[in-house]
Design a binder for this molecule. Structure first.
Ligand code: MN
Length: 346
């Protein structure tokens, strides 16, 4: 993590006064984005600043227990309030995204703002779009960087902050199983637990709080729609729109499905294609040496080494066909035994 002298002096001076702070996660914020926003929200609020989190769209209910969740301003539901808050703000934080476009409806407000702005992010394809930037692709999560950022300011990690940061690390590392997990990540987690992170609560709220509908929906997908390509060590599921209508689908119900495809023995790559009104969402997860983001890039997407995504504007059938053709090209790269690779991990 590198902090330039300019950024350093900004941090040291700017927050001496009480400030009005706006914090923004990316569209459809995940555990890392919200962990980061709510950690900083909680941290700065405790120091007496006025703080608002403005999300481009509604965060999933899964995260309702996070500190300040009910105060989040949802820009696509109340754009006027979002605009007013932007005008009042003296500094903007953009967390867990690397280009203003990832803030959806807030894109122009960010690019046209005159206040100093700070981006904290760990994505590979991150651009410099703010005044100051804390960017490290080696960080397992934006939450890891927020943690370092708070310590850099000699800030106090409260149980609330620790719990939020833990959430981001947990979700962005696939529960500590991706390649981005270094010994340092576990050291940080040890410190977070010492500071009061509610690890059992977070696990329960995120992974053990499914609705009955979601559970049945996932069960149906696994029973009826799972396809295995043994030669390619790949398992995938396609979820057509009609199925979602039949089964009372709610946004977020396919989350977790892709990890289930990856839970199979001898499967190194798991994929889920979800059709919605305008496009197909593609999720890729890998275990071991296969780079999921390289595959996502073939569909103009991106992400992390073992977790990536893309969008397709072709039909579901066409996208599946394209995917199968592209996968053939990676046949050799996909052909490994995860156990043989373990010792070679760097
Ligand atoms: Mn992240």
């Amino acid at each position: 993590m590198e902090i330039t002298p300019e950024f350093d002096s900004f941090i040291r001076n700017f927050f001496k006064q009480r400030r009005k702070i706006v914090i923004i996660p990316h569209l459809n914020p995940d555990g890392d984005a919200l962990g980061a926003t709510q950690a900083l929200f909680s941290y700065y609020k405790k120091q007496g600043h006025r703080v608002w989190v403005i999300s481009p769209d509604a965060p999933q209910e899964t995260f309702h227990w996070m500190p300040g969740f009910n105060e989040i301003i949802i820009a696509n539901q109340d754009l006027e309030k979002a605009k007013q808050t932007f005008e009042e703000a003296e500094v903007l934080f953009c967390l867990d995204f690397g280009s203003a476009a990832r803030a959806g409806i807030l894109e122009n407000l960010i690019t046209e703002s005159s206040q100093p702005s700070i981006n904290i992010d760990h994505h590979l394809d991150s651009a410099h779009f703010t005044t100051y930037r804390l960017h490290d692709v080696k960080a397992c999560s934006t939450c890891e960087l927020v943690y370092r950022f708070i310590l850099y300011q000699n800030g106090r990690i409260t149980p609330e902050v620790a719990t939020c940061i833990y959430t981001g690390i947990l979700t962005d590392t696939g529960s500590f199983r991706f390649r981005n997990v270094t010994p340092e990540v576990h050291r940080i987690v040890a410190e977070l637990i010492e500071k009061g992170a509610q690890t059992d609560l977070v696990h329960n709220k995120i992974y053990y709080s499914n609705t009955v509908e979601k559970t049945r929906f996932m069960g149906y997908c696994l029973y009826e729609r799972l396809k295995i390509l043994p030669q390619l060590h790949t398992a995938y599921i396609t979820v057509p729109l009609s199925l979602q209508q039949d089964m009372n689908y709610r946004v977020g119900d396919t989350q977790g499905l892709v990890m289930l495809t990856l839970s199979l023995k001898n499967i190194n790559l798991g994929i889920v294609l979800v059709e919605n009104e305008e496009l197909i969402r593609m999720s890729f997860r890998s275990v071991g040496s296969f780079a999921a983001n390289k595959l996502a890039a073939r569909f103009n997407g991106g992400g992390h080494y073992n977790a990536a995504g893309a969008k397709s504007y072709s039909s579901l059938e066409e996208t599946e066909k394209q995917l199968l053709a592209v996968l053939e090209e990676y046949k050799q790269e996909l052909d490994y035994e995860i156990y043989d690779q373990v010792v070679f991990f760097v």
